[in-house]
Design a protein around this ligand. Structure first.
Ligand code: CP
Length: 335
């Protein structure tokens, strides 16, 4: 039997995603369960985290299981991912052993590994996550690499709680300024999941260079066609916000500038006005605002937006706990 991982939501059918969301809603009503009794998960963080780490550790605990957190290169050995590497550099062990050894200890493995931001052609191969999936004999969960599928489910659950059915809702994914060029993972994921649930999606970004990787643009177009929604790209702030039901904000670096960010910086600086503020939200259809967090206040969104009843970012963050418990239970075959 093929080993089932949770690497991307597009690998899971809509019926399976709906079942995960139903289970997550059940877990939200009643926190404790025994679905992980005697089971464990190794959480490998190559990058920082607050929500993901806390919610997975607590989720495993609440289901009667145990989580082990490892930070390769810090308190755990640095790992080599190149096949056939002559390991004379800084890495001390190969993924072939790391994944196989962890698979003897634990029942699930979670991996957070952001792109290196030097060459998108390399980063888009998602080598770290794929190597864990290749060598592991237990299910692997994507904790954010070049997509963020756990965030996708938490986001959709928060929207369902607010709206009920999401079909044909007007959804705006807006780029926002950030002093650093950030990962495109959450933006890719927002397009994938919003189109999967049949929403009319606008990707609002400063220039065509901020359009996302063609792989995700095409998958989102395909999702939209299959699920009765739509996808368009816009650089017009006012038109995009007008009548929107949902505004989701994220900052990301423009892919053509990978490895030469100093040339991208002036473009980012010139679009600080993309910050989500009260005037823009006033154009919406009494819309909700969300963000995956962490969020720099008064850079990405104003205090007034973050503190308004329209902001469901904290609900979304809470839902990380519930959806991840559903994912862990499903991968262990324990609904
Ligand atoms: N949204 C999210 O993944 O948060 P952390 O980076 O804190 O885990």
């Amino acid at each position: 039997m093929t080993l089932r991982h949770f690497l991307n939501t597009n690998d899971w059918s809509r019926a399976e995603l709906d079942a995960l969301l139903e289970q997550a809603a059940d877990f939200k009503r009643s926190r404790l369960g025994r679905q992980m009794a005697g089971k464990s998960i190794a959480l490998l963080f190559f990058n920082p985290s607050m929500r993901t780490r806390t919610s997975f550790e607590l989720g495993a605990f609440q289901l009667g299981g145990h989580a082990v957190v490892l930070e390769p290169g810090k308190a755990a050995w640095p790992i080599e991912f190149e096949p056939g590497a002559i390991m004379e550099g800084d890495t001390e062990e190969h993924i072939a052993e790391v994944a196989r050894v962890l698979s003897r200890y634990v029942d699930l493995i979670g991996v957070r590994a952001f792109p290196k931001f030097q060459q998108w052609e390399t980063d888009r191969q998602d080598k770290v996550l794929k190597a864990f999936a290749q060598y592991s004999s237990v299910p692997v969960i994507n904790l954010e690499t070049i997509t963020h599928p756990c965030q996708e489910l938490a986001h959709i659950l928060a929207l369902q709680e607010h709206f009920g059915a999401l079909q044909r809702k007007k959804y705006v994914l807006t780029w926002t300024y950030h002093p650093k060029p950030l990962n495109t993972a959450v933006a890719n994921s927002a397009l994938l999941i919003a189109t999967r649930f049949g929403m009319d999606v606008t990707l609002l970004c400063p220039t065509p260079e901020y359009t996302l990787d063609p792989r995700y643009m095409q998958l989102a177009q395909q999702n939209a066609a299959e699920n009765g929604g739509s996808l368009q790209v816009s650089h017009d702030v006012e038109a995009s916000y007008s009548g929107a039901d949902i505004v989701y904000a994220k900052s990301w670096g423009a892919l053509p500038y990978f490895g030469r960010w100093e040339q991208e910086k002036p473009i980012r600086e010139a679009h600080r006005h993309f910050m989500v503020d009260e005037a823009k939200m006033a154009l919406t259809n009494n819309g909700v605002f969300s963000h995956c967090l962490p969020l720099r206040r008064n850079v990405k969104a104003t205090d007034a937006v973050m503190d308004s009843p329209a902001c469901i970012a904290v609900d979304e963050a809470e839902n990380r706990l519930h959806v991840q418990k559903a994912i862990m239970a499903a991968l262990l075959g324990q609904r």
